[in-house]
Design a protein around this ligand. Structure first.
Ligand code: DGL
Length: 280
């Protein structure tokens, strides 16, 4: 006899899995919680194997697969959000092949909204080397090439400096990479729109803002990812229908839980337990 397919109500109570190489995906989690306040989430920071952005695809694909297998097997997630541009570019196709029934939402640098908003038609893109060198990014860029000039900047070390909460290094790298991408402003030939193409970078937004000035528009991908997650769950009738008393987010890390706890307190202003995970 064939097993019955799970009822929509049964899946609606399951959590949504979210992962990143580290704490950067917390910027996406914020957007997810704002869009989907009744949902429960399991967040995995792969800080023990970060950064992803300067590693080869084989490493990033293997880590993305291992984390997704863990989330499916241990937490019965009903959807996955890959809250990392680098992992989306390297691994989302393989994840969709391995888990064809799992709704999977990835994140990509917000080039399309940038092209739609920029007046000077000169757009800065800060991202990891892995994202900028990926085939997925190449195709995205080619589709918009006639709409604007994109000034691409691989920000080696910046995600790691933010991950380590190294304020001096974060500031020095932000100064260096914005100088290399400018000039900024609303005048002709200036970059008037800056795409934060790595989920860690919104946590350096104030430092970047001090470099480029108030007139420059910053774009990140959290809110569109959250809306797409809602759409995919709604299409299956898998949205949470009631608020549960269970904790809204279960946090885990393959790195140091006390560092993750400090990052959550710093960025989300919450005091949470963080599980130590060994995902191989
Ligand atoms: N937060 C990740 C991204 O969005 C990558 C950071 C890293 O590990 O290099 O690309």
């Amino acid at each position: 006899m064939m097993a019955d397919a799970p009822q929509p109500q049964a899946r609606s109570r399951d959590p949504i899995g979210v992962f990143d190489s580290g704490v950067g995906g917390l910027s996406v989690l914020q957007a997810l919680r704002a869009e989907l306040p009744d949902e429960r989430f399991v967040y995995v920071a792969d800080s023990g194997h970060a950064p992803y952005g300067e590693r080869d695809d084989i490493h990033v694909v293997a880590r993305s697969q291992a984390i997704t297998r863990y989330l499916v097997a241990q937490h019965r997630i009903k959807a996955l959000v890959v809250a990392c541009n680098t992992a989306t570019a390297a691994a989302i196709l393989q994840l969709r092949q391995e888990f064809p029934d799992l709704p999977i939402v990835g994140i990509e640098p917000a080039l399309k909204p940038a092209a739609a908003q920029s007046h000077t038609r000169r757009i800065g893109v800060l991202a990891t080397r892995g994202t900028l060198n990926s085939e997925k990014f190449r195709v995205l860029l080619a589709s918009l090439q006639d709409q604007a000039d994109f000034v691409l900047q691989a920000c080696d070390g910046l995600a790691d400096a933010i991950e380590q909460n190294d304020a001096i290094k974060t500031e020095a790298l932000c100064v260096y990479f914005t100088r290399a991408s400018g000039p900024f402003g609303i005048e002709q030939n200036c970059v008037d729109t800056l795409v934060l193409g790595c989920t860690h970078y919104p946590f350096a937004a104030d430092i970047l803002r001090a470099q480029v000035g108030e007139s420059v528009i910053f774009l990140e991908g959290g809110a569109p990812v959250a809306r797409q997650t809602r759409r995919l769950l709604a299409a299956r009738s898998w949205l949470a229908t009631e608020h549960t008393l269970a904790p809204a987010v279960v946090f885990g890390t393959t790195g140091d839980p006390s560092k993750m706890q400090a990052a959550i307190a710093r960025w989300l202003h919450e005091d949470c337990e963080v599980q130590s995970l060994n995902i191989e």
